[in-house]
Write a protein that binds this ligand. Structure first.
Ligand code: PEP
Ligand code: MG
Length: 918
């Protein structure tokens, strides 16, 4: 985005430069918005009395102003003032040849953008100051500082590529047989510095700037400009950081961790960022500068004594004790786990940075829980400390990091697709659903590999531990079903080509045959050849398998407390999309308050059912169709009885048949012959029926309520199964709460017709059983016309709307759910779309239809229940939106219920929204 497209200019505040040092910080309390994360951290630390080298921060508001005007003149008096104070508190003068003050000039935006913008160290080290520094601290040290400065400044400010300096340095090292920079002596560095200066003269046509103020202003301007470098822009795009935040600039007196063996530099976390354990954790390098730690050339040492005798605790006990005090002060002040950088200069400790530390999902949950228990944060705050998406990590099985790295480094990475179902799965390759079922019967884990999946593949998907498709996006069939099943799944791995006839796959010069092992990482999208071990998730062991007692899992305790607190905060109800009693059980254990979508068609693929389903489809008249349906009735009833048993009195929304009928018929010639045999009809007849049912565009064809209108007996039998099951549940002492949902309504008349059919069937069952079951009848809103006509549909005795945002997105954009993967990535990369609209609701377009239907629906009927059951129901950003337009509940796959509970709480706690009670 060009600067001209940025939001309106920000008012320039009167004071824009904030000094910190000697326990006094002008910017304390101003916060990250003005000072950036780094500047705010430095100001707060200074105010807390933590040793921080003095310096000053230039307000973020200056950044965009400068990028627009290119002018920093007006800032000069303020900077001069602050610089004089830094000189005062260090006792050194900027540019002084005898005892020079050297400074660092660093960027620091509101949220950390690690490594994206620029930093210059050792600034002020002019050719004259070099002699002064050499006298005070040794010639080698001074020259090493000077060569680092020349290199950084020339690269960032003068735009002379860093590589040209590296070439000179490498040449010298080779000539001297030196392994690292540290092996070069003063004379070598003198030669390097001279060559660097020659290079600058040659490339820029002028000598390297030798006036410290010219250096300073050059650096400040360049750091501001680095807000707009390509890396930073890309990072902002990825992490949704607004363009108009701008960066602050921090100018700070240098301290040196490379002044000998009593000096060091390091990083620390106040708690373990991987596990969240409350232990001090970090690394340091003696006699080194920050960049040496990052470069990873030398092996860092631990902070805390570990018996090796090399720790900071053992080798520099005094600064270590200081660091422990700082750890305590920082956690109390920032009330969060801190990630800090420190330098020890000749035995004296300095803090250079503190920020909230990045952490895994495991650490986030544990830290939030323990900080609340310690009274450091409130319970409500603890809820906001865990990103909903982070909970997925706690549920997914994983590949141990070491093993995966070894596989990737060993050249076994086959492809990277879209991570659709988090987790880790290793299994033998099966290229068809049938083979997957057969192979799984032998007890081997199976990974089902398909170009794409269809409802026919359900049994195979269920039998597999992992699913891989080479086509399809985030709401392709494979992705939706896998998420629903909690299966590890990668979709759209385009690089892989599948040769069905040879039962072989190929990518990147690698190949694998049926039966070979494949490992699928559904959290990262990586697909690797061979078998990798997995670790099951602790939460599932407690919650679902019951193989681990809750009392033995502190993680489970923290997870449960987090979600209970979230429940107290949220307004949105959370239901689950569940098709079977097993799914319903998982949903309930995860805390689902009901079922928001039971897709009845998935039941039709059960082992002995598909034949009856096919009989129904090939039937030529209503009587034959009814005969086939009569066979299905008891099976459907049994499913619903099981679901009602699991859900008790929680509402269960059951959707009547939705997909086009041809999805239930075989297409391959072999399968057609076999099925014809099963049905006792000539293959030709079946072929003819398959042909008759095939459609140019089945998603817009004979599906959804259109089936119920043309073959009312299908819906009638399904409704009967629901009510007979409810009666049975009632007789078993339960109080079932069925909700019948009509899919794909576009007109009021469709709804009226099918509502009447439902009421009539319910009435009949009631008079047969003598039991009155209370129920609701509602519709999905998944066709734009239905959203627009929400008012009259609601008024037609419609009890609820459930937004089917998968189809609503498909039909609003006109993008096929199953084919969009061929162009959506380009759309997102080029910024035409901000996100995949099938994963995160398009608030502007699809969202407007939702909001409009909510408004019109509620106006027509104030007690209309409103929910969403598309994939967006489990997406945190979409959940925010659904909260804000006032839906009653979201419904998502059972394995995302925890995520949705937490996201709904975040939405409620962040304010805004008009959500009514669930
Ligand atoms: C939808 O369209 O959002 C929906 C939930 O139905 P399905 O995904 O089964 O089409
Ligand atoms: Mg739909």
């Amino acid at each position: 985005m060009a600067t001209t497209e940025r939001a309106a200019e920000r008012a320039v505040p009167a004071k824009r430069v904030f000094f910190f040092g000697n326990g006094h910080a002008e910017g304390a309390g101003l916060g990250k918005e003005r000072l950036g994360g780094k500047g705010a951290g430095l100001a707060e630390m200074t105010a807390l009395g933590i040793p921080v080298p003095p310096g000053f921060t230039i307000d973020t508001s200056v950044c965009l102003d400068f990028l627009r005007t290119g002018d920093l003149e007006g800032l000069k008096p303020e900077v001069e003032d602050a610089l004089a104070r830094v000189e005062g508190s260090t006792g050194r003068k900027f540019g002084d040849p005898a005892n020079p003050l050297l400074v660092s000039v660093r960027s620091g935006a509101r949220s950390s953008m690690p490594g994206m913008m620029d930093t210059i160290l050792n600034l002020g080290l002019t050719s004259r100051a070099l002699d002064g520094l050499a006298k005070a601290s040794g010639e080698r040290f001074a020259l090493d500082c000077r060569r680092r400065f020349l290199q950084m400044y020339s690269d960032i400010v003068l735009e002379i590529p860093r590589s040209q300096f590296e070439e000179i340095l490498t040449r010298k090292k080779e000539e001297r047989g030196a392994k690292s920079d540290a092996d070069l002596e003063a004379a070598d560095l003198r030669w390097v510095v001279d060559r660097f200066e020659d290079l600058v003269r040659q490339r820029s046509g002028a000598p390297f700037p030798d006036d410290p103020r010219e250096q300073l202003w050059g650096a400040i301007g360049a750091v501001f400009r680095s807000w707009d470098n390509d890396r930073a822009k890309e990072y902002r795009r990825l992490y949704r950081i607004p363009e108009d935040w701008g960066t602050a600039v921090n100018v700070q007196a240098m301290v040196f961790g490379n002044r000998g063996e009593r000096s060091a530099t390091g990083v620390a976390f106040t708690r373990d960022p991987a596990t969240g354990e409350k232990r001090f954790y970090g690394e340091f390098l003696p006699n080194a500068q920050g960049e040496d730690v990052v470069a990873g050339i030398r092996t860092p040492r631990p902070l805390v004594a570990d018996g090796s005798g090399t720790s900071l605790e053992e080798t520099m006990p005094e600064p270590y004790a200081g660091l422990l005090r700082v750890r305590d002060l920082l956690e109390k002040a920032f009330r969060d786990m801190q990630d800090l950088e420190f330098t020890i200069e000749e035995g004296k400790l300095y803090l250079l940075q503190t920020r909230n530390g990045k952490r895994t999902g495991f650490a986030a949950v544990r830290i939030a829980d323990e900080m609340a228990a310690e009274g450091l944060i409130s319970e409500k705050e603890s809820v906001t400390r865990v990103e909903p998406e982070q909970l997925v990590q706690l549920l997914a099985p994983i590949f141990p990091t070491k093993e995966k790295e070894a596989a990737v480094q060993g050249g076994r990475l086959l492809a990277k697709g879209l991570p659709a179902g988090p987790g880790a799965a290793s299994g033998r390759i099966a290229f068809t659903a049938d083979r997957a079922v057969e192979m799984a019967r032998t007890g081997d884990p199976v990974v089902l590999v398909r170009v794409e999946t269809s409802p026919e593949d359900i049994a195979g998907m269920n039998a597999a531990v992992g699913i891989l498709t080479t086509r399809g996006g985030a709401t392709s069939h494979a992705a939706v079903v896998a998420r629903g099943m909690g299966k590890t799944c990668v979709v759209g791995a385009h690089e892989i080509s599948v040769d069905d006839s040879k039962r072989e796959l190929r990518a990147r010069n690698l190949s694998a045959k049926e039966g070979d092992f494949l490992s699928v990482d559904g959290t990262s999208g990586e697909v690797m050849l061979g078998k990798l071990p997995t670790q099951p998730s602790e939460i599932l062991q407690v919650l679902i398998d019951g193989s681990l007692p809750a009392g033995k899992s502190p993680l489970f305790g923290a997870f449960t407390r987090l979600l209970e607190r979230a429940d107290r905060a949220r307004k949105l109800g959370v239901r689950a999309n569940a098709d079977t009693p097993t799914d319903a059980r998982v949903a309930r254990l995860f805390g689902a308050q009901g079922i928001g979508l039971c897709r009845t068609e998935h039941m039709f693929f059960g082992e002995n059912r598909i034949v009856a389903v096919r009989e129904m489809i090939v039937a030529e008249n209503e009587a034959d169709r009814r005969t086939a349906l009569a066979k299905l009735l008891p099976m459907q009833r049994e499913d619903f009885v099981g679901i009602f048993r699991e859900m008790g009195e929680r509402p269960v929304t059951i959707r009547l048949l939705d997909p086009p009928l041809h999805e239930f018929l075989p297409h391959e010639e072999d399968a057609v012959a076999e099925t014809a045999g099963e049905l006792g009809i000539p293959p030709e007849k079946l072929r003819e029926r398959v042909r008759a049912l095939s459609e140019m565009n089945p998603m817009l064809g004979h599906r959804g309520c259109r089936l119920g209108i043309t073959f009312p007996e299908i819906y009638e039998i399904q409704v009967r199964a629901i009510f007979e099951a409810a009666a049975e549940a009632r007789r078993a002492g339960q109080n079932p709460n069925p909700e019948v949902m009509i899919p794909l309504i576009g007109t009021k008349a469709e709804f009226e017709r099918l509502r009447a059919l439902t009421d009539e069937t319910a009435r009949r069952v009631s008079s047969e059983t003598g039991l009155d079951i209370s129920y609701r009848v509602g519709t999905m809103i998944e066709i734009p016309r239905a959203a627009l006509r929400a008012s009259e549909i609601a008024a037609a005795n419609c009890d609820f709307f459930s937004f089917g945002t998968n189809d609503l997105t498909q039909m609003t954009f006109g993008y096929s759910r199953d084919d969009a993967a061929s162009f959506l990535p380009t759309y997102i990369e080029t910024g035409i779309l901000p996100d995949d609209p099938f994963a995160t609701i398009d608030q502007e377009g699809v969202g407007e239809l939702v909001a409009l239907a909510v408004k019109r629906g509620r106006e027509a009927r104030h007690d209309l229940k409103l929910g969403v059951c598309g994939e967006h129901g489990g997406d945190p950003r979409s959940i925010h939106f659904f909260h804000s337009v006032g839906l009653d509940y979201v419904s998502c796959s059972p394995f995302r219920v925890a995520v949705a509970r937490l996201a709904a709480a975040h939405a409620a706690l962040s304010g805004g929204g008009v959500s009514s009670t669930a």
